[in-house]
Design a binder for this molecule. Structure first.
Ligand SMILES: NC(=O)C1=CN([C@@H]2O[C@H](COP(=O)(O)OP(=O)(O)OC[C@H]3O[C@@H](n4cnc5c(N)ncnc54)[C@H](OP(=O)(O)O)[C@@H]3O)[C@@H](O)[C@H]2O)C=CC1
Ligand SMILES: O=C(O)[C@@H]1CCC=N1
Length: 268
């Protein structure tokens, strides 16, 4: 089986690296195409990937085409790919918003998987949700899930609505975590810590809290109660967040990403 990755950016290259370690593929069975010269140079330095500049040189040989370009590049890309496609090939798209029906119409082929990964895939800690068109067989889906899980975990969802929803939770989610980290680091700096100490204090607090959560059956609320003593410092912080409706604001932000994913699907 041969996989072609189109778009060697943050996610495309990460997936190419992940898939190259997958038992479903041999390293040399990954082709990568990117239009940027800088990316082509970068791919050229990785001896086990075959880099390409032209669709005609790689699309015909691909069984699975992994599309990792920005949603606004999809239309032109699909138009250019169409002459080299047939119904034996599977497209896996990780583009936010771009719908299965839209991709079927644009490419003229039926086997489409729509997936939503996230950036921790870079360190093998990603979570990718996916859904496929009915034309993708069970055995093909087994391979697809294996490839998607090569960068962390993969879950199959029941409809595209949940791909847009997971964009709002896990796809964009790492940025929400970084937002919180940034604010805490700025507070630490304002309290007089050095940049390095601020970084260690915040980073280890996140790692430790997530590890506690992962190693237990307790909800985040229960863990909050365990940190907060009555009349103590944590209660002061949590009350301040509640007074400022921080929880509602975080939910609003997640829905803003969800709604934007739906909107992207209507325009691409
Ligand atoms: N970043 C993230 O955390 C996540 C991203 N996604 C999705 O992944 C996709 C890729 O995002 P990301 O990796 O961040 O994007 P990047 O911009 O890092 O990478 C995209 C790459 O594709 C290249 N490119 C553009 N058009 C073409 C084309 N026609 N053929 C080949 N290569 C092309 C770009 O070149 P150039 O720079 O010259 O345009 C760029 O090198 C997006 O659709 C996004 O919605 C999904 C989940 C998480
Ligand atoms: O911001 C974006 O549109 C992409 C999709 C999810 C994460 N990054």
């Amino acid at each position: 089986m041969t996989v072609l990755v189109i778009g060697a950016g943050n996610m495309g290259l990460t997936y190419a690296e992940g898939m190259s370690k997958s038992p479903f593929l041999k390293k040399r069975n990954i082709m990568i195409l990117d239009t940027s010269e800088e990316k082509q140079r970068q791919i050229g330095k990785i001896e086990y990937f075959d880099g390409f500049k032209d669709l005609k040189d790689c699309v015909p040989a691909a069984d699975i085409i992994f599309v990792a370009v920005k949603p606004y590049h999809a239309e032109v890309l699909f138009q250019q790919m169409k002459p080299y496609l047939n119904n034996d090939k599977i497209i896996i798209s990780i583009m936010a918003g771009v719908t299965i029906q839209g991709m079927q119409e644009a490419t003229g082929i039926t086997k489409i998987v729509r997936a939503m990964p996230n950036l921790p895939a870079k360190v093998g800690q990603g979570i990718t949700s996916y859904v496929s068109s009915p034309e993708v067989s069970r055995i093909e889906l087994f391979t697809v899930e294996g490839l998607l899980a090569s960068t962390g975990k993969a879950i199959r969802v029941s409809s595209e609505k949940y791909i847009d929803a997971s964009t709002g939770i896990s796809g964009s989610g790492p940025a929400y975590v970084f937002y919180f980290m940034q604010s805490m680091m700025e507070a630490a700096l304002q309290m007089g810590f050095s940049e390095n100490d601020s970084k260690v204090l915040v980073s280890q607090t996140f790692t430790g809290a997530v590890e506690l959560f992962n190693q237990s059956q307790l909800s985040p609320n229960s863990w909050m109660e365990r940190v907060a003593s009555k009349g103590g410092t944590t209660r002061a912080a949590l009350d301040s967040m509640d007074d400022n409706n921080v929880s509602d604001k975080i939910k609003e932000a997640a829905f803003a990403a969800f709604n934007r994913a739906v909107e992207l699907g209507e325009t691409h």
